[in-house]
Structure formats: C-alpha cells, structure tokens
Design a protein around this ligand. Structure first.
Ligand code: AHN
Ligand code: ZN
Length: 346
C-alpha cells in the first residue's frame, strides 16, 4: 500500500519534471500528442460560480488577501532569516490584537542539510478554558529552495504566497472574525506551524518524509499544553491559488473521513462544490499526518493537489509562487466554509 502511494506521489513529481522538459515536449509533438495540455490545471472543468447565501458567516477574502501581501512584504520567511523573525513577531502581535491567548513554542531543530533551525510554532487560543476544542492549522515558513523550478533557480527561496502565506492568512482572518464571538463551551486553537517546508530537496532523490513538517512533529511530541486534546483538526495548505481544487486527500480520508465529509458537504451547501471537489485525491505528507499519527487527533488537510491534473499547482516550489497567482475568491471560499463549520459546532 505504502509503495503504491509513493508511486502515485512520485509519479506526479516525475510528470512535473517531464512537463518542464523541452525534449519531452519536442518528442510529444513529433509523436502527435496534444502535449500534456489536456491535463493542465486551467482545463479542469469549472462549475457554477459560487452562490452567496444569506446566512453565510462573515469572512473577508479581501482581508485574507491583504494578509498574504503583508507576509510577502517581509520577504521569504525562511527559517533563521530576519524576514522569518519579523514575520513571526508580526503574527504574535496581530493575534494578541485580535484577543487571542498566544503561546510560542521555540526549539532548535536539525534540518536535512544539517543546519540547526530556530523553529517557532505560534498558537492562538480562544476560550482557552473550554474543554471542547477544534484545531485549525497552517504552516507559515517558506521553502529555502525552488527545487521544482529550472536548475538555475534552485537556490532561490520560495516566496510562498500560496505555499505558506495563504493558509496563515486564512488563520489570521478567522482570528479577526472570531474575537468578538459568543462561542459557549467551544474553544478553538489556531496553530501556525513552522519549518514544514525544509524537506529534502528533490535533487537529493531521498524521499525521507520525516525531513518535512518539523514544526508539527515537534508540537505533536510536545503539545503546547500538557494533555492537550482537540475533537479534530483542519490543516490548510495552498488554499489561495487561482483555479484551486481541493480533493479528498488520502491520509485525511484514512484518519478522519467523517470530518472530510462534514467540511466538503458544508462547502457544497454554500455553493462551493466546484472548488471542494467530492472525489478521492492523492496522498500528501503534510503537517496533518503527524497530528494524526503522533498526537492521535483526527486531522484533515485542505490542499490543492489533484493527481489527475498534474498534482500540485504549477507555481509549487517555483519562483512563481507570488501574489499574482493568488485569488481572493479562493481564500473566501475556504475561509467562509471553515467559519460555517466552526459556527455549527457552537
Ligand atoms: C512533500 O513534498 C513530501 N510534501 C508536500 C508537503 C508540502 C510542501 N506542502 C507544502 N509544501
Ligand atoms: Zn512547500
């Protein structure tokens, strides 16, 4: 089973590399293939435009978009850089402004290249005394390498507009909206995981999955509060791309299918069925895996990954993961769905 999953995952990576190869395109053209155009992201059938409903809880995609731009303005938030430190400080001060109890978790963690990373997980808690809790998470760090780009760009850091900033921006907007809410006995924790994206660069051909998600692995082994429990968790990763599509990610379905169905059916109810696609997707090693495996909290991943359309978005781990590829409507779709799911739990 594991081998099959890796095969699917590697296949999507290999396709990614092949798509970039001029030789491949030349050969494909000679053989009369319509290239791989039919598989391109933009060609996924688009369903009806989202339908706004009167009862939809407040969430501003424009505000979330602004939070993406704010993060990019620091520069790439690569661990051990001034931009990373400054952006972390900014999250803490925003979250305090929005009335959260903020816990910071720091540690020195050894990365795959031997560097010691100053890891910083940031946790914003609302109604911290409540026993019933839901966890919403995203990673906020940027990858130090554009290893899906041309060889000459491989040592550029990723700007992480989608891969990092989009999820963190949705968390910030949830915090802004949640601060004045009467939430009864429900508490939420917004976790900004650090050092997710320092996994083995593709040129090493070493698929040790545990080189990824260092911040969530640390948190799962050392929760920010002793004995911490949540009913379930929802991880956001690459939730701001143009023509994004969120499928049932494999580990999410394996560990928490009821939560997947809860979220995807809420999205459909809100008119977002074209983005929250009710179809099985691929397996992605991401922070939710460690929340499930190590912390034992059922956790799903909302991630833009479609094995039938080239896997991750075209901008993934390239220099093009920038603001021009972010769509405020995608942020709106994800944020509004989450707010509706959370409000139902009150
Ligand atoms: C791996 O490539 C093993 N996992 C992808 C998780 C990820 C990277 N999410 C964002 N960047
Ligand atoms: Zn990444």
């Amino acid at each position: 089973m594991k081998i099959r999953l890796y095969y699917r995952f590697m296949k999507s990576r290999v396709i990614h590399i092949l798509k970039r190869s001029a030789v491949f395109i030349a050969v494909a053209t000679l053989l009369g293939f319509p290239a791989c155009k039919s598989k391109k992201r933009s060609q996924r059938p688009v369903s009806m435009a989202p339908v706004a409903t009167a009862s939809a809880p407040a969430f501003s995609g424009d505000s979330a978009y602004r939070f993406v731009a704010d993060q990019l303005a620091f520069g790439p938030r690569v661990p051990n850089t001034p931009a990373h430190k400054a952006c972390g400080d900014w999250f803490v001060s925003k979250l305090k402004d929005y009335g959260a109890e903020v816990t910071e978790q720091t540690a020195s963690i050894k990365a795959c290249d031997g560097k010691l990373l100053e890891m910083r997980n940031i946790i914003a808690s609302y109604n911290p005394q409540a026993m019933r809790r839901i966890l919403i998470a995203a990673h906020w760090d940027c990858r130090p390498w554009c290893d899906q780009d041309s060889w000459s760009n491989r040592n550029q850091p990723v700007q992480g507009a989608n891969d990092g900033a989009s999820g963190a921006a949705v968390l910030l907007e949830i915090a802004r909206q949640w601060q004045d809410k009467e939430t009864g006995n429900l508490g939420i924790d917004l976790i900004f995981f650090d050092t997710e994206d320092y996994g083995n660069p593709s040129w090493e051909h070493n698929d040790n999955e545990d080189t990824w998600c260092l911040g969530s692995q640390y948190w799962a082994k050392h929760p920010h509060k002793a004995g911490y429990r949540a009913e379930y968790g929802i991880l956001l990763d690459m939730v701001g791309g143009k023509s994004a599509g969120f499928l049932y990610e494999y580990f999410s379905w394996h560990y928490a299918s009821a939560i997947v169905q809860k979220v995807w059916s809420k999205a459909a109810e809100l008119g977002f069925g074209g983005t929250f696609i009710q179809r099985q997707g691929g397996a992605v090693t991401d922070d939710h895996l460690y929340v499930n495996r190590l912390a034992g909290i059922p956790c799903i991943d909302i991630i833009d990954f479609d094995p039938d359309y080239g896997g991750f978005p075209e901008t993934w781990h390239t220099v093009n993961d920038d603001l021009s590829h972010i769509d405020a409507q995608t942020l709106q779709t994800v944020g509004q769905t989450l707010m509706a799911v959370l409000e139902d739990e009150i």
